[in-house]
Ligand binder design. Sequence first.
Ligand SMILES: C[S@@+](CC[C@H](N)C(=O)[O-])C[C@H]1O[C@@H](n2cnc3c(N)ncnc32)[C@H](O)[C@@H]1O
Length: 319
Amino acid sequence: MPAVPPPTPHPTWKQAWDAALYGADGFFRREAPAAHFRTSVHASPLFARALATMTREAGLDTVVDIGAGRGELLTALRALDPGLDLLGVEVAARPPGLDPAIAWTTALPEAVEGLVVANEWLDNIPCHVVEVAPDGRLVVVHVDPATGQETLGQPLGHSTVAPSLAAWVERWWPLDAREPGTRAEVGSTRDAAWADVVARVTRGIAVAVDYGHTAQHRPPFGSLRSYRRGQEVDVLPDGSRDVTAHVAVDAVADRVGGVVRRQRDVLRELGVSGERPDLGLATRDPAAYVRALAGATEAAELTAEGGLGDFFWVVTVRD
Ligand SMILES: C[S@@+](CC[C@H](N)C(=O)[O-])C[C@H]1O[C@@H](n2cnc3c(N)ncnc32)[C@H](O)[C@@H]1O
């Protein structure tokens, strides 16, 4: 049995990622997400409309947005359906100028009767990264936040590594000891974060929307990425950029009794259609035709293959 390597001086990926995004001056405490990347919320108000429809069709009148950014989704919902009670949960401060009717907090509410949505939240929940070492053992990966240089740390099974990491990897993202360098992003932190949210829904629907993967399609070398000012940049947990990794959505759904759907399917059911409007409308009412065309273009973006339409919705209904 090879000797256990000495502890590395650098933090684990999870520690570095946490400090980079949520430390005292972390990326998300300073920066507006919309300044760095485009989500379905920014792509079109049709996304908000679909969520409003989902809420009302379920007989609910409250929407809680977890990881609410600068309140863009809630602002769109307020414009579409002023009768909804709206609450944003966000580590960043209440945005200046947010409609006073929209409540804002940093802490999850104790109990919710309504629709709880988290769009692109779970991918920003830091998680451990583990890798098959040259000797075939599965080890925790550490990173130098200043340079991104990685080092291999303790093997899973070592007394300093939580046993739950090994259990999660074995169940959800098993790695082959004969393939050094392959890695897994341990989704247990995402599962726990979403379970905490869903447990607070006394009656209603919880929806986590994110890019992700399921057991048959795990990325063999992981999916860590960074974005800054609309560009993909080198992955670095130094607080200067976003750090994200795809979500193991099947694991999340299993934890909360949820169903995994694709965004394009859910949105189409909720009336979001990217079909070209009837050409006859162009002669009958040209202005209405142009509006309908713009709506169809936005709908097409939200439902696109290879784009936002591929996003997963983990939907849990609590009666
Ligand atoms: C990728 S952004 C998504 C923003 C918005 N939902 C959208 O779709 O445009 C993730 C947001 O989640 C927030 N966030 C992360 N962890 C959080 C937590 N534990 N509580 C509240 N907000 C959190 C971040 O500050 C950031 O604004």
